[in-house]
Design a protein around this ligand. Structure first.
Ligand SMILES: *Cc1c(COP(=O)(O)O)cnc(C)c1O
Length: 402
């Protein structure tokens, strides 16, 4: 764990921060960050090792505890987010599970939005109760439900906005105010908005988690995650947990993420530009029953999206005619856009949530989440938007007739 240091970076804008924040060059003056691919570190003498373990001096000990390349990524992510501190984890799920498991105890309560990434849902629904944590799911867009659920003392709230896969927008400021009255910390999974378009800490949340696998690497190479929050919470609550449970990010993956960060805003802006274009195309296309895109005026929470996000993001959800048969025919007709359940990648990817990412959730719950059999999640990439639209037209042409 490394706290972001006060530096000239405090006045830098995001495009500059993602390139320069938190850089500590070695004596060789390398331009690109050094890759410290090492599991351990050596000491000058036994006294130095002993002093390190007594926390009297700062010295790297072991890469499960900390590594210079991982620390560079943590500093840069903290800086970009406007967080005091960051711990990078081996995956996004490592970030989500550590944030919750380090904070809650048996007998305490967690309230979560029902519309969560599949594995996040599993952690809340299946894992936490096993350890004696009481859980309650709410419809995240329904503030009175949050108010009822948070009328009792609660340890933590978990939410995702925009949510996976149907892109619901949740009111982070209002939910945070209710959660704080109940004594809860608010953990926001900010993957879909990315650090470029939404700042949950400024809206009142306490902890932000990322799957860095998504837009931060963004080029389909490595897995990673990050947890960001106050220096106090990160060092006293999260760090003892991650250090001892072994959720460390590989220095190699951290280095790849640092390279990914350099172009994060460029990629996210270009993908969002494409997403807006394909959402407009799909909304007018025959056989498309509905389109969900936070940047469109017909999104049910468009006004809220405009208030708390600075861009619509790179994901579009839509429903085609013909249920699962229609969705499969549509996807199978695509030649450019690949079928894959990953997202935030430079390449455009589609998935059918009902039979993949959300197939383990029972049908009634899926229906409550608005995931119909004809729903497709589209992670829009960096291709030319006209090529994407031409490919979508192949999908439209393949739909069963009305
Ligand atoms: C992918 C994803 C995760 C999990 O991240 P991994 O890196 O795959 O472990 C968590 N939340 C959301 C919203 C995601 O999209």
């Amino acid at each position: 764990m490394t706290s972001s240091k006060t530096s000239p970076s405090s006045t830098w804008r995001p495009a500059t921060r993602q390139l320069h924040a938190g850089l500590e060059r070695t004596e060789y003056g390398e331009t690109s960050e050094a890759l410290f691919l090492t599991s351990g570190f050596v000491y000058d003498n036994a006294e130095q090792a002993a002093a390190t373990f007594r926390n009297e001096i700062t010295h790297y000990q072991y890469s499960r505890f900390g590594n210079p390349t991982v620390a560079a990524l943590e500093r840069r992510l903290a800086d970009l987010e406007g967080a005091e501190a960051c711990i990078a984890t081996s995956t996004g799920m490592g970030a989500v599970s550590s944030a919750l498991l380090s904070h809650v105890k048996a007998g305490e309560r967690v309230v979560a939005s029902r519309a969560l990434f599949g594995s996040c849902y599993w952690i809340v629904a299946n894992l936490l109760p096993r350890y004696g944590v009481e859980i309650e799911f709410v419809d995240g867009t329904d503030l009175p439900q949050w108010e009822r659920a948070l009328s009792r003392p609660t340890a933590a709230v978990l939410l995702e906005s925009p949510s996976n896969p149907m892109l619901d927008i949740l009111d982070i400021a209002a939910i945070s105010a209710l959660a704080h009255k109940a004594g809860a910390i608010v953990v926001v999974d900010n993957v879909f908005a990315s650090p470029i378009y939404q700042k949950p800490l400024e809206l009142g949340a306490d902890v932000v988690v990322y799957s860095c696998t998504k837009h931060i690497d963004g080029q389909g190479r490595v897995l990673g995650g990050a947890v960001l929050g106050s220096a106090e919470w990160i060092s006293n609550t999260l760090q003892p947990f991650t250090r001892n449970t072994g959720n460390a990010l590989s220095p190699f993956n951290a280095w790849v993420m640092l390279k990914g960060l350099e172009t994060l805003s460029l990629r996210v802006d270009a993908m969002t530009h494409n997403a807006a274009a394909v959402a407009d195309y799909l909304a007018a296309a025959p056989g498309v029953l509905s389109v969900r895109y936070p940047g469109r005026a017909d999104h049910p929470q468009h006004a809220l999206a405009a208030r708390q996000m600075t861009g619509g993001g790179s994901l579009v959800a839509f429903e085609v005619r013909g249920g699962q048969e229609g969705a499969f025919a549509f996807m199978n007709a695509l030649q450019l856009i690949a079928i894959s359940n990953n997202l935030g990648d430079a390449r455009s990817l589609v998935t059918h949530p009902a039979t993949t990412t959300h197939s383990k959730i029972d049908a009634a719950e899926r229906a409550a989440l608005g995931i119909t059999d004809g729903a497709i999640r589209f992670s829009v990439g960096l291709e030319d938007s006209q090529d994407l639209i031409d490919d979508l037209a192949r999908g439209i042409a393949a739909l069963p007739s009305a």
